[in-house]
Design a protein around this ligand. Sequence first.
Ligand code: HEC
Ligand code: HEC
Length: 358
Amino acid sequence: MSRHRQGYRYMAIGCLAASVLASLGTFSIKVQAQSLVPGGMVIADGTTVPDIGPLPTAVPIPPTNLNYAAKIALGKQLYFDGRLSKNNAVSCAFCHNPGTGFADPRQTSIGVGGGVGGRQAPTVYNTGFLPLQFWDGRAGSLEEQAIGPIVNPVEMAETHENVVKKLGKIKGYRQQFHAVFGTDVNLQGIAEAIAAYERTVVSTNSAFDKYMLGDADAMDGAAIRGMALFKGKARCVLCHNGPNFTDNRFHNLGVPQTGPMKEDLGRYYVTRQDRDKGAFKTPTLRSIAETAPYMHDGVFKTLEEVVDFLDKGGAVNPNLSPLIKPLGLTQREKADLVGFLNALAGEPVKFEMPKLPK
Ligand code: HEC
Ligand code: HEC
């Protein structure tokens, strides 16, 4: 429970309800389930999980990195600035492109000098809601995450020292760092400003949110039927739950490994626990139609392929999650499920490229 509570700080009430339920033990399962479940929770296949629902209006902001306009503006420039990389050409946006859902349409990312990475770049949308970053959860905060790609040899391939030196020579950055942090350009400030900007990149106000907030016409029939399947027969909600459609946990779906990595043990690299071999973080499904291809290695090109794969119960794998089972969906049910996933497209974000300082 405690891990859960951390992940869903903004859902404290729902989680409290869950712990009350848990303390009732087996009793809660035998009694008419639905009527016992307080708001915000749903039962799928006998398991109580946080229900899907509209996204909270506020992204959680850490008290150590408050968000304000000047810092966000600085972070946005840094996010789009290739000078953070060794060849001055690979910005964060190169792989997390606003035109493709803040993700990368390539199967796996290409960095400085054409180096090919082993994993698909996830979306930056709603990462402000995630307690753990990366497919294996190895970074705990956006601040910690942001400085990783700069030194990653197949991403930006730069050193932290060089990047600080390079940006420190740019007058516009020097001025902004003094205004925002009261310091010269430094790594901590780079990380904090980028993270502050990322917390403004939110996918919300989808047809699904509008429907949940009372606009019965916001979703069509297929999406409404798809939502029922998502929480029922298709059991997606077991992992894609809560307002951001993720339990922030790690599961092995038996996704076939393709691309430059022969084997990717995922979460195992962080925990060294056998049960985490091949387990990856449940990704958000918000704006999912925009962020193809799918899975940690980008193996599936369409949502239809993903649904077909899950319908078969994933693939044979010694560590397959016990939550993954063949679903027996009809063609129409599969189409409805995809219809629902399409209804998670966020309201288009008003976007303007920032002017980069000289
Ligand atoms: C060369 C491509 C590339 C560049 C450049 C790049 N990223 Fe990424 N990003 C990736 C890949 C690939 C992953 C997944 C890696 C993994 O899970 O091990 C990732 C993961 C992330 C995540 C985690 C998202 C999640 O859901 O866990 C965030 C946030 C992120 N990047 C932000 C940034 C920022 C900020 C920058 C610039 C400082 C940046 N990225 C530069 C490819 C890139
Ligand atoms: C056991 C937990 C679990 C269940 C149940 C589950 N998922 Fe997932 N889902 C995950 C994980 C973990 C991944 C990433 C796996 C990987 O990359 O190896 C994922 C990936 C996805 C992706 C690709 C997302 C991306 O950004 O690449 C989609 C789409 C998806 N799931 C939809 C669904 C649908 C629809 C259902 C129900 C039919 C479902 N999932 C059931 C855990 C689950």
